[in-house]
Design a protein around this ligand. Sequence first.
Ligand SMILES: CSCCC(=O)C(=O)COP(=O)(O)O
Ligand SMILES: [Mg+2]
Length: 230
Amino acid sequence: MIRVIVTDIEGTTSSISFVHEVLFPYASKHIADFVRAGHGDTPAIREQLDAVAKAAGLPADDIEGLIAVLQSWIAEDRKETALKALQGMLWERGYQQGDFRGHVYPDAAEYLQRWHDRGLRLFVYSSGSVKAQKLIFGYSEAGDLTPFFSGYFDTRIGAKREASSYRNIIDELGVEPQTVLFLSDVEAELEAAEAVGIRTAWLVRDGELPETGRPVMRNFEDVDKLLMQR
Ligand SMILES: CSCCC(=O)C(=O)COP(=O)(O)O
Ligand SMILES: [Mg+2]
């Protein structure tokens, strides 16, 4: 019986276009000023810049070089933990100022509430930082959805296509893998979760249904029907 749901964000609870056409361009536009203003006296920013410098093989004081690296990572959608941490800090201002609100599909907002009320424990696992996860759900178009979640995982637990990440999540939650349902739009992530015994559901929000033996879910209502069968 499923007792825990772990959900991806981009392409699952929320549209890919919101992430790629709103959040990433906002980060790209503001990252340079953010880093120039914060690198000297904000330890949380400095810590992430040191990680960027190490990963890129640049001196930690090459601020313009680090900005160029960050811009290129945003453009190529690199799931680098330090970039994701900086993006989360940057987006906080955008959400607080009302520049945008987090996109969450109406069916996702509805069933997150229903599943929570039914006693299921809900968690997020996204490449976006935990801060960014709390922001997209906290400032969502459907209101503050964070009360429905029991916890959040980002790439500090491991990369989303690695089976070991899902083992780490199971260990952290202290549950049996077959009691967990993982939702994602990326088949490689589902395969990694399945490798450690986690149940999965594949969200295909838009476009043609792929030819696969795997059951495909168009929305969270379909996921709920699957839950009822298990
Ligand atoms: C938490 S909202 C920003 C999403 C993000 O930065 C990202 O890389 C999306 O990754 P996901 O694992 O949710 O597909
Ligand atoms: Mg996704």
